[in-house]
Design a protein around this ligand. Structure first.
Ligand SMILES: Nc1ncnc2c1ncn2[C@@H]1O[C@H](COP(=O)(O)OP(=O)(O)OP(=O)(O)O)[C@@H](O)[C@H]1O
Length: 576
């Protein structure tokens, strides 16, 4: 028999013994006298032999209940301790408490498959169980792709727990395993994984979504990563990210410092020729079928023209050329187009943000859209995502080599984060941005374009978009409809994980999906930069605002309507 793949280390305390098989095919019961050591969610191990090799199988404790304790009658009088009652009656209390735990088999870490393999064999009753070592958990819980070569020790043993994960590239340190001491089992998630197959951060309001997104963005802007990030921020929650430039942890040996830039509605403009006819339909007031047909004809004509700098006037001319001068639908369209496009500062004939101004490696661009209406926010997202996607497509398909190609090209992968994700990809379908978000979440992996969707209402996000988010960070969620949405769209969310969600406190999260080998409950680490979206302390603000009011002259004093030295009040009352 070969030596065990994952040798037992000193911190693997013995916790109990297998009592019997459980209800499901992967479940078993354990009896343990020690109620302190093993909590629900704890990872425990036992040894089995698979094809001649001893393997440490990991299991998760899913339930804990008392199997034996002092009789309830001993607790009938709250003023007398149950132990005193037991002592009086001569009942021994040592080791009286016995707990029955239920555990689910996760599997042993297979260095060939680089993930867990289920042995499909429950431990025999009487098998001893230990808590899994911190080092083993750090190496195998996230999907770090640790192979046999990585795990070979000096003595020729394969020991996954010997791998120092902090020396591996491309990882984001999100926090630590909640069941263990602070920093005992750090959880590092592979950035390549969630940047390729998308990310969802879901939680009720105030549970720590934007804080966690901030942690991930910090990790992505570290000197060994230097990502290109674009944040769609409808609430202006990320204005503190610029502090990254002053923090030592973000400085590279070559002088690198993350670049953080903010765009606001004054410098965010959409060139009209970048819109598709569907985008325009989405902002027009309820256009009739005939109007839509007229507009599509005019739009096609403009797109076939050489010019890319045209506005509503040129579009109207094109429609009048094609249809009668006195066509009623064209007339009605003119009014709508002038109101929704021409008079909206967002749309221009020529100004356009150059994509290379917007995105670059080592640059985090935050689009602060808090003063814009929902439709305008969606329009910006639609047009920018479409341009960025086409530019990535052009790079991957090597269109730059084609002398006839005069479009934009972006040579590096992109990651774009959406606060209020349900606003840009709503389940109702009512957003021009939904189409491009569906395209990117289903195809973006091939073109190096990842999306991160943050939302407090998972049930309001388009299910196609949500189910394509391969990595999920789920925090406290109490609303049953939102819990159902997670159950339906998050493949990795097992029952035991879903059960945890209502009880989580801010900063606690379940991380699951492609970036993990099994879902884990973590405490998200502290931010290096300030958090920019804390709640406003109302009582303090009321107090100071009231104080300021008291110090101001009274309303009657300031409301002098011009009657010499008299107060307005006196004037109104017809006084002096
Ligand atoms: N990991 C953490 N460590 C310390 N504090 C945290 C952590 N996560 C969240 N918090 C605190 O919890 C509060 C709420 O966090 P956050 O603003 O991220 O919530 P949210 O879910 O984004 O809320 P909203 O939906 O209102 O935007 C913040 O004041 C933040 O300081």
């Amino acid at each position: 028999m070969s030596p065990p793949q994952n040798s037992t280390s000193a911190d693997e305390a013995l916790v109990g013994t297998v009592a019997a098989p459980g209800d499901g095919p992967n479940e078993f019961f354990i009896v343990t006298p020690d109620e302190q050591a093993v909590k629900t969610g704890e990872f425990i191990t036992y040894s089995i032999t698979v094809e001649g090799t001893a393997q440490d199988v990991l299991a998760r404790v899913t339930n804990r209940e008392q199997a034996r304790g002092l009789p309830e009658t001993f607790m009938a009088d709250p003023s007398i301790a149950p132990e005193t009652v037991a002592g009086t009656l001569g009942v021994p209390t040592d080791d009286i408490d016995l707990y029955r735990l239920e555990a689910t088999v996760i599997g042993f870490y297979d260095t060939q498959m680089q993930t867990f393999s289920n042995p499909r064999q429950l431990p025999r009753p009487g098998t001893q169980l230990r808590t899994a070592s911190d080092a083993l958990l750090e190496a195998v819980l996230p999907n770090l792709g640790i192979g046999r070569e990585d795990a070979l020790t000096n003595t020729g043993e394969v020991d996954v727990s010997s791998v120092d994960v902090t020396e591996r590239n491309g990882l984001a340190h999100m926090g630590w395993l909640l069941n263990r001491e602070t920093n005992a089992v750090n959880v590092h998630v592979p950035i390549d994984e969630f940047a390729a197959t998308h990310l969802a951060i879901l939680a009720s309001t105030g549970s720590g979504k934007s804080y966690t997104a901030g942690v991930l963005m910090e990790e992505m802007m570290m000197p060994d990563i230097r990502a290109s990030l674009l944040v769609f921020d409808p609430h202006g929650e990320y204005d503190t990210l610029s502090e990254m430039r002053g923090e030592e942890v973000f400085e590279g040996e070559d002088g690198y410092r993350p670049e953080v830039q903010y765009f606001n509605p004054e410098n965010l403009r959409i060139r009209i020729s970048e819109l598709s006819v569907d985008d325009v339909m989405a902002v027009l007031d309820d256009p009739s079928d005939r109007m839509q047909e007229r507009l599509a004809g005019g739009w096609r004509a403009m797109q076939q023209s050489d010019s890319r700098t045209w506005g509503v006037n040129e579009l109207m001319d094109a429609m009048r050329d094609r249809y009668d001068d006195d066509d009623a639908s064209v007339g009605a369209l003119e009014w709508r187009l002038r109101r929704s496009i021409q008079r909206n500062d967002l749309f221009t004939r020529d100004a356009n943000v150059a994509l290379n101004e917007l995105v670059a490696p080592g640059r985090c661009t935050v689009l602060q859209m808090d003063t814009l209406g929902r439709r305008d926010q969606q329009m910006i997202a639609t047009v920018l995502l479409r341009r960025l996607y086409e530019a990535r497509l052009a790079a991957v398909r090597q269109r730059g080599d084609d002398p006839d190609y005069d479009g934009e090209i972006i040579d590096f992968p992109l990651f774009s984060l959406f606060e209020e994700g349900h606003r840009f990809a709503p389940a109702t379908g009512d957003a021009p941005s939904l189409g491009i978000m569906r395209t990117i979440t289903s195809e973006g992996r091939k073109f190096g374009f990842g999306l991160g969707i943050i939302s407090q209402r998972p049930s309001k996000i388009d299910q196609d978009v949500l189910s394509q988010c391969g990595t999920q960070v789920t925090m406290k969620i109490q609303n049953p409809t939102d819990q159902d949405a997670i159950k339906n769209s998050v493949e990795a969310a097992g029952e035991d994980v879903l059960r945890e969600l209502p009880g989580l406190t801010p900063g606690q999260a379940v991380v699951s999906g492609d970036s993990m080998n099994t879902p884990v409950l973590i405490q998200v680490r502290n931010r290096h930069t300030e958090h920019g979206a804390g709640s406003i302390p109302s009582t303090e603000k009321w107090r100071t605002a009231h104080q300021q009011l008291q110090q101001q002259p009274t309303r009657s004093e300031t409301a002098d309507m011009g009657g010499g030295e008299s107060s307005g009040e006196e004037d109104l009352l017809g006084g002096k």
